[in-house]
Design a protein. Sequence first.
Length: 418
Amino acid sequence: MTYQALTPETLADYLRGVPALQTLLGDLDALDIVEVGDGNLNLVYFVSSRSQPGRSLVIKQALPYLRLVGEGWPLTRHRADREANALLQFGALCPQHVPAVFHADSAQSLIAMQHLRDHIILRKGLMEGLTYPNLAEHLSTYLAQTLFHGSDLYLSAAAKKQAVAAATNTELCKITEDLIFTDPFEDNPTNAYNPALPRAAIARVHQPEVRLAAAQMKWAFMNRAETLLHGDLHTGSVMVNPTDTYVIDPEFAYYGPIGFDVGLLLANLLTAYLSQDWHRVQAGQDPAPVQAWLLGQVAAVWDGFADKFTALWAAHDAASATSFMGSARDEASQRLFREAFMQQVFHDALGFAGCELVRRTLGLAKVAEIAGIPDEAARALIEVRTLRLAEALLLGRDDFQFISEVIDLAQECRTLTL
Ligand code: ADP
Ligand code: MG
């Protein structure tokens, strides 16, 4: 069948043609179908049985253009294949944190997946000041499992090279290259500035030293095919409830530097942290407890990821005839390599976090916790703090040794005034 963007009516017909989905949903004559896509790129439908509550699934279909901008920004539907493959690969590694895929149809650029019924988008929960006891534990597991198993530390050299070739995602990478690494660092028409944000604050991240750092991170993103990344791991790509954590929407998946997913996630926890000074005060609450929790999550995500990644690596080497370093069981060299490797990932993550913080403040795609602050002056204050944190991370990324230093820096930036 040729590609057709589905409507609720044509979707019902489509479901009739897929026995596996019929089995999941039961009576196809009594379905509720609602389009819920709040995203930028795709159609997302919730499909649920009226007669058998609890039977439901999500259908996600790629559109041949960028929804955020409209039909004037064409985009191939190739990304649905990238997303389906990534969901399957990541789901095999940590099924407890990735929605199950029931059906994938390349011709229709469509995926049927597990409906996360009583979960909300993490960014929304954080804006409401909610905390999640298992968040860092779950996200660090997800990061370690996915980022380790896609790399040369685990795969054979041949398998990894094939995986790199199969993961090409040119158009979505181009969006990242432009919107994260390039446009926000110059006065580009895709940017949008808060009128109350002092020009001097913008000029600081357009200085040559900062632009150099952003260009170096862009180069790393484009050239260091280390592992299969999620590629868009912000808090809008995480769904949570008090007990579970799921990572959705890996349509930007491709082979890139390990620190990229980690850095984006840390940056979005930091915007959640800085923006509490408006959101909690607005709700008549003390921001201190949730801010302390958020900084704790930043530390626990990094430390948990580093520990789990290293443990997976050591266990894999111990169980194999040969390791990345060769067959000599030279523990001292292995330990040195692992330590230097994790330090490099840390520095990369901080550089990528810096780029993400700038783009979420000045670029085309902002974050609701900052962009949604209606008072321009109050928003500018949070933006100035975010930009200063970004600048310090970008310029100083190689000087940080421990995540506690990043926490101290974030706390300092939080006290800056306009
Ligand atoms: P896009 O790629 O267009 O941004 P997303 O994959 O982020 O689309 O999905 C858009 C929205 O649909 C999400 O923010 C979430 O609210 C909802 N959604 C997506 N997948 C699921 C799912 N498996 N279960 C429940 N809700 C989902
Ligand atoms: Mg998306």
